[in-house]
Design a protein around this ligand. Structure first.
Ligand SMILES: Cc1cc2nc3c(=O)[nH]c(=O)nc-3n(C[C@H](O)[C@H](O)[C@H](O)COP(=O)(O)O)c2cc1C
Length: 205
């Protein structure tokens, strides 16, 4: 067993170690719009769903120079986002959208991704994403000088017909291949959902 006392380590080491241990992580692929309506897209894996109330939590860091990421600035200005979940065919585009580019560059145009209007929010949703959740900013919580937890209310959920079980009215994970983020330094940095199984509720004696 390897043990690290995180309290005694520099921030960079803590990040590397902990983000390699908390795996697999779902990836929020977030579209937002700026004040002039330009669409921004970026991935975030410090991400979790909170299902009652219907909310999502995402942690946004800062750019190297300390400025807000475009996603963060747009969320503050417009208060809306679409959080997508991507599958294997979208992996390369998702990864490429994580590159830091100037705010005037739209990742959608750069990556040739088609978008369609959302129902309740201004940011459009990606036409090819199997899951798209239309969200409104609920609140921000600063966790450290360069780390902000953002809570989003989920207003509308879209799922591709191919992953959706109409009879049970929910998505079926065996019908698609959601992506996961793994460690960023050692070994593979992405995973694709592999073996799936179903266990029935345990019978108590
Ligand atoms: C798979 C993946 C996961 C990421 N997760 C996060 C994250 O949780 N928080 C964060 O601040 N940045 C994260 N990033 C980095 C951002 O995507 C990157 O800083 C991006 O340029 C931000 O874009 P924006 O300025 O257009 O918002 C991640 C990058 C990748 C490729």
């Amino acid at each position: 067993m390897t043990t690290r006392d995180l309290a005694s380590l520099p921030k960079r080491d803590v990040y590397r170690i902990l983000s390699s241990l908390v795996v697999p992580r779902p990836i929020a692929w977030i579209s937002t719009v700026d004040a002039s309506g330009r669409v921004n897209l970026a991935p975030f894996s410090s991400f979790m769903g909170i299902f009652g109330p219907p909310m999502l939590a995402v942690t946004l860091g800062r750019r190297q120079d300390g400025s807000l990421k475009d996603t963060h600035r747009n969320l503050r200005e417009r208060g809306e986002a679409v959080v997508h979940l991507a599958d294997r065919p979208l992996l390369e585009a998702l990864h490429a959208s994580g590159e830091e580019v100037p705010p005037e560059v739209s990742e959608l145009e750069r990556l040739g991704l088609a978008a369609v209007p959302s129902l309740r929010v201004a940011p459009p949703r990606l036409a090819r994403a199997p899951v798209a959740l239309e969200c409104r900013l609920n609140r921000e919580l600063d966790l450290a000088p360069a780390s902000t937890l953002v809570l989003l209310d989920v207003l509308v959920a879209h799922a591709a017909d191919r992953i959706y079980d109409e009879a049970l009215d929910c998505a079926d994970a065996s019908r698609w291949q959601p992506l996961a983020r793994l460690a960023s330094v050692a070994g593979p940095n992405y995973g694709v959902l592999g073996e799936t199984l179903r266990l029935e509720a345990p019978q108590l004696p």
